[in-house]
Design a protein around this ligand. Structure first.
Ligand SMILES: [Zn+2]
Ligand SMILES: [Zn+2]
Length: 202
């Protein structure tokens, strides 16, 4: 079909009206049409190969065909009008498809962006919460450390007293109650701190 229409574009009316000659008998014009073989033939063909076939003059065949050709022409023109009308509709549909696609792309962009924003907000909040816990634990640990250091000092003082008393017997009576009391309290205090520490940060 495509080849045929392309061929029609290049062929002139003069060429179409030019007499055509028989392929078998080159000096004879194609004057008849064989209905049996559905082919144009010359007078010689009609007397030989197509002798017993149904043949008619090309002019007669064309006269019979003409109304049918006119009908086909009208139908083709109608189709042309329909095709002409259909093209703007297709353009309009294409524009609608583009519009719709752009809308969907915008929706996707907006939706994903808002989710990203919400996630970033959540990330900031979580980071802030972790930093808050870090600072508060650091402060608590520093306080515990200072208490432990203070307790260590007390214990060392107690130890020095005990050592001194052991070395200098005269002091035993005078300081025994004091030494016992202070070292005992110091030990109790230390144990409490360690218990608190391990319970909180375990
Ligand atoms: Zn022939
Ligand atoms: Zn024939």
């Amino acid at each position: 079909m495509f080849y045929f229409t392309e061929h029609l574009k290049t062929i002139s009316l003069k060429e179409l009206n030019r007499p055509t000659f028989c392929a078998t008998h080159s000096d004879e014009r194609l004057a008849l049409f064989c209905d049996t073989c559905n082919v144009s033939i010359c007078r010689n063909c009609a007397l030989t190969d197509h002798k017993k076939h149904n043949t008619q003059f090309i002019e007669d065949a064309y006269s019979k065909l003409r109304p049918r050709l006119s009908q086909v022409l009208d139908q083709t023109r109608n189709i042309c009008v329909k095709v002409e009308n259909a093209i703007p509709v297709l353009d309009w549909m294409q524009a609608r498809v583009n519009l719709k696609a752009d809308g969907v792309l915008r929706d996707i962009e907006d939706s994903i962006n808002s989710k990203i924003k919400a996630l970033q907000q959540r990330k900031s909040e979580l980071r802030a919460a972790v930093e808050l816990v870090r600072v508060s634990r650091k402060t608590a640990l520093e306080i515990q450390r200072k208490r432990l250091e203070a307790s260590q000092d007390t214990l060392q003082v107690s130890c020095r007293f005990v050592k001194r008393v052991l070395e200098e017997g005269n002091y035993i009576t005078r300081y025994s109650m004091y030494i016992y009391d202070s070292s005992f309290r110091g030990q109790i205090y230390t144990v409490e701190i360690i218990n608190n520490y391990s319970a909180k940060w375990r």
